[in-house]
Design a protein around this ligand. Sequence first.
Ligand code: FES
Length: 113
Amino acid sequence: MGSNYIAAVAGSSILAPMPTIRFLPGEKLLEVPRGRLLIEAIRDAEFPIASSCGDDLACARCGVRILAGRVNREAPIERDAKQRNRVDPELRLACAVRVHHDLEITADYWGPL
Ligand code: FES
């Protein structure tokens, strides 16, 4: 290994085994298993999250703001649910997002930033 290994690591985009979500306001941090649904991680963190469809991409009540970090691209089913329910296009539906990278998130009803 040695310096070649370190150079390879520094030059790659190695994924952390447990991405960390930072919840704002409040600064709470939570490590989650890679690929966990964001809505499940929010519940794990004991933050309130609206839902009336059983996480089925129908109600669009689970909208959160991704303040930092990368998430999967919005699929047509998510975009349609937001349009149908007149949800701010800037929000992501937490039941449609899987956590693969560190994130910073908030919801409008969690309080001012
Ligand atoms: S919980 Fe209903 S769309 Fe996400």
